[in-house]
Design a protein around this ligand. Sequence first.
Ligand SMILES: [Zn+2]
Ligand SMILES: [Zn+2]
Length: 133
Amino acid sequence: MTKGECNCGSIRFSITTDLSDVIVCHCSICRRATGSQGIAVVLVDNDKFAWTSGEDHIITWRKPDSDWQMWFCRTCGSPVPGSNDESRMFVPAGLITDGDETLRVAHHIWVGSRAAWDEIGDGGRRHLEAFDE
Ligand SMILES: [Zn+2]
Ligand SMILES: [Zn+2]
């Protein structure tokens, strides 16, 4: 069982499948959303994901004129899981603190627009923009 939670512990979730691939997005929108080089997420099928507590603590923000959306804990501001489609959840990898041993960076996306100071040093495949799985 894989578990994760936000910084204040209000929002908790569990995942019932083995996880491996982390996708790191280096685009400017994700950089602003986290204040770092981007965001690292794990894609989880909806039926393998469950909220344990705090779903009512989630606030969302959609970037105008785009389909980019982000979900946050309204108490501590941690990015939290959310979904832009009906089949999968986008789970911020940094929230997973129990069961993360099998995770590895598999893909870097929007590498072409990464920050000047962002040096990629792992073995993940690099894509200048998005990629099709
Ligand atoms: Zn929180
Ligand atoms: Zn991005």
